[in-house]
Design a protein around this ligand. Structure first.
Ligand SMILES: Cc1cc2nc3c(=O)[nH]c(=O)nc-3n(C[C@H](O)[C@H](O)[C@H](O)COP(=O)(O)OP(=O)(O)OC[C@H]3O[C@@H](n4cnc5c(N)ncnc54)[C@H](O)[C@@H]3O)c2cc1C
Length: 360
């Protein structure tokens, strides 16, 4: 019997392919183009039928059909890219020079420092960021150094901050930076391709490393455990809650169930499509790992170093195989997951991960 195929490549398909199966990453990219899609905290929902044959919502969703190979080609052209860590023009340790950015930041404060610098240099006039706290993340349009500083620190849930893109345009911003998880960087690259929504007004994408984010149920867990009195959360392996000298450490297994299903099909733990990717070093928490990916990212870093905004040092050679192994294993798991059908990569790349039994 012939299968019935929807002719609506819009909200109806978004519901069928992404929202109903629980695969929404909470990036927010589908919000703001029509009155039918709304976010409720960190949940995204379609509140009315839509019969458009092509909808921006589906086009920009990072969990709708995503040709990762095409997106890479768009950003890196014919440049050779590393199949594991992606296109890069250098990988470094980095930290902010400014003490406030460092102490406010999750690790070395590089994202905060570079975002403020981007604003000061006029590369962006605002950035879509994640404010609030780890007990309640909030999408935020940051258009001042203070606003950016207020967003410092990781919230390990999923604020749909791309949903503020249209609002930022309405508010008169022309160059809208994006700071986000890998799914948000993918969505932002897709948005850049859509003229109707003025996606070309995204000049800078700073991506975070991300092995997974928690569903909103995590907030209830924190509250029930009485952990909401802490100021900061960190996940160097186990889950650390910190306030001054006080610290509570939970085994990761206690929170594993809160990881969003969407993260289990994420092929991109290092934000490969961003201009710059920033993560931890995994052992020195005063520094970040910084991957320079594009010309835009390279120029920003070069100028920021010259102007004393961030300092960088060589990435220790023995760390690279460890990083690559973690990413390789994550990508392999995703390719083995039948729910990752949205992802299109070349057969050559697929074979690299599936035939190569775990050694990157
Ligand atoms: C859900 C999540 C999972 C992560 N997993 C890893 C990991 O496995 N390994 C690793 O090395 N690093 C991971 N990171 C990145 C790490 O926590 C730091 O964000 C990164 O190293 C930048 O550090 P920084 O000191 O420059 O940050 P800061 O200068 O403090 O800047 C942090 C920026 O992150 C943004 N932000 C905070 N929370 C979110 C969120 N939920 N979604 C989108 N943007 C947000 C803020 O707007 C802020 O601009 C993760 C981050 C998140 C949000």
């Amino acid at each position: 019997m012939q299968k019935c195929v929807s002719v609506y490549n819009s909200a109806e398909k978004l519901i069928a392919d992404v929202i109903k199966p629980g695969l929404c990453s909470g990036c927010g990219a589908c919000i703001g183009y029509c009155p039918y899609i709304k976010s409720f905290g960190e949940r995204v929902g379609v509140v009315h039928d839509c019969r458009k044959s092509e909808g921006t919502c589906y086009q920009v969703c990072p969990r709708a059909v995503t040709n990762f190979a095409d997106l890479r080609q768009l950003i890196f052209g014919d440049e050779e890219t590393d199949p594991v860590i992606g296109g890069n023009r250098g990988i470094y340790y980095a930290r902010a020079c400014d003490k406030l950015a460092r102490t406010s930041g999750q690790y070395g404060g590089v994202v905060t420092a570079l975002s403020i610098y981007g604003l000061q240099k006029g590369i962006i006039d605002c950035a879509l960021m994640t404010g609030g706290s780890f007990t309640g993340a909030r999408p935020f349009i940051a258009s001042s150094a203070d606003g950016i500083l207020a967003c410092a620190g990781s919230k390990y849930t999923a604020a749909p901050n791309l949903g503020l893109f249209q609002e930022a345009l309405k508010n008169g911003f022309h160059n809208i930076g994006v700071v986000g998880r890998p799914c948000q960087c993918t969505a932002a690259r897709k948005m850049q391709q859509v003229k109707e929504i003025k996606g070309e007004r995204i000049p800078l994408i700073i991506g975070l490393f991300c092995m997974g984010s928690f569903s909103p149920e995590f907030y209830r867990f924190i509250k029930d455990k009485g952990l909401d009195e802490y100021e900061k959360i960190d996940i160097p392996g186990d889950v650390n809650f910190k306030k001054g000298n006080k610290e509570t450490i939970l085994p990761y297994d206690e929170v594993r169930e809160y990881i969003r299903a969407s993260c289990n099909i994420c092929f991109d733990p290092l934000s490969e499509l961003a201009d710059l990717s920033v993560g931890s070093t995994e052992y020195d928490y005063g520094w970040n790992t910084l991957i320079i990916r594009t010309d835009t990212g390279a120029i920003l870093v070069k100028d920021a170093v010259a102007d004393g905004i961030i300092e960088i040092k060589e990435y220790p050679a023995p760390r690279l195989p460890l990083l690559k192994k973690a990413v390789f294993n994550k990508k392999k798991r995703v390719l083995e997951n039948p729910d990752a059908a949205y992802l299109k990569i070349s057969n050559k790349e697929r074979d690299f991960f599936l035939a190569n039994g775990g050694s990157a």
